[in-house]
Design a protein around this ligand. Structure first.
Ligand SMILES: NC(=O)c1ccc[n+]([C@@H]2O[C@H](COP(=O)([O-])OP(=O)(O)OC[C@H]3O[C@@H](n4cnc5c(N)ncnc54)[C@H](OP(=O)(O)O)[C@@H]3O)[C@@H](O)[C@H]2O)c1
Length: 266
């Protein structure tokens, strides 16, 4: 299949927000245009570290946070696609301490040993509140939250003066339609500590994706940013693979392979 659009040569790999489909008619102009996968970049990485989750980590940490040099940083969902990148960006931009929260010893080992966090709290076997108190005696300056629930509440209770909470996701809620869990008990600590809690949606930063992606590509190329991909196979496994995100089945970016890659330049 050839495209008549300028800038999309035959054989180029493109990425974008499409469905699982054989053919697509995509935008070639504007912020939602199909992206040409840059030379030397693994096309799969455009779905993760150079795509939605990596960009979410980037803007959440650096713009919404915003991270300040010397911050002591805590990240939940730390073995996931977004959290693992968020913590590493914090380190690259001057955090003095970066701690993750993840489920299970294998994920925590990856967060420490591969992603280079200083420590990781295994929320499945440890008390989050107790460990956050031990590890942040002077409080958490910046908390990047992917999960909500108990981790959010525990961290609010140990916020540093002028501490900031970035609300990226709330996966522990299951995003269900039932009655939501009660709000965090420790929210009043935001008042005492003159803190701030702010949510964001990645799409608000769309005009700046290209520049951010370039910085992310540079970090990966220089070996400063590590990422994991978890690849499931087969369109028939799509529902179970999606459910796996809520069961902690994935380490790093969950990708679903639906077909063999055609020959291309990458
Ligand atoms: N604001 C935005 O614009 C934006 C954009 C993209 C994504 N997000 C949000 O960012 C979050 C992370 O997304 P992602 O794609 O990077 O997924 P991910 O972190 O790669 O995968 C989800 C992880 O959540 C953890 N989890 C599942 N149930 C949990 C529970 N009950 N309590 C605590 N942790 C639980 C699991 O890790 P463990 O094994 O460690 O539990 C699971 O591996 C999601 O909430 C997503 O909705 C927000």
């Amino acid at each position: 299949v050839a495209s008549n659009a300028e800038g999309y040569p035959v054989g180029a790999w493109v990425s974008g927000l499409f469905g699982w489909q054989d053919y697509v008619v995509g935008e070639t102009k504007g912020p939602m245009r199909m992206q040409i996968v840059p030379e030397g970049v693994d096309p799969k990485a455009m779905l993760g570290v150079f795509g939605t989750t990596g960009l979410t980590a980037y803007f959440g940490m650096l713009e919404v946070g915003p991270l300040k040099e010397g911050d002591a940083v805590l990240v939940s969902g730390a073995a996931g696609a977004t959290g693992s990148v968020a913590g590493q960006i914090a380190r690259l931009k001057g955090a003095t301490k970066v701690v993750g929260i993840a489920g299970g010893p294998a994920k925590c080992a990856w967060v420490r040993d591969v992603a280079g966090f200083d420590a990781c709290i295994d929320y499945k076997s440890e008390s989050i509140a107790g460990r956050v108190r031990d590890m942040f005696p002077a409080g958490v300056d910046l908390y990047f939250d992917n999960v909500g629930g108990e981790a959010l509440d525990a961290t609010l209770g140990q916020l540093a003066m002028n501490g900031r909470v970035v609300l990226c996701g709330g996966i522990s809620s299951g995003y269900g339609t039932g009655t939501p869990p009660p709000g965090p008990r420790n929210y009043f600590n935001l008042v005492i500590m003159r803190g701030r809690m702010e949510g964001f949606i990645l799409l608000d930063y769309i005009a700046r994706f290209a520049a951010a992606r370039e910085e992310l590509i540079g970090w990966v190329r220089d070996g400063k940013l590590r990422y994991a991909e978890d690849i499931a196979e087969g369109l028939e496994n799509a529902p179970a693979t999606l459910r796996g995100l809520f069961e902690g089945a994935n380490l790093g970016k969950q990708v679903l392979k639906v077909a063999d890659a055609p020959l291309g330049p990458n």
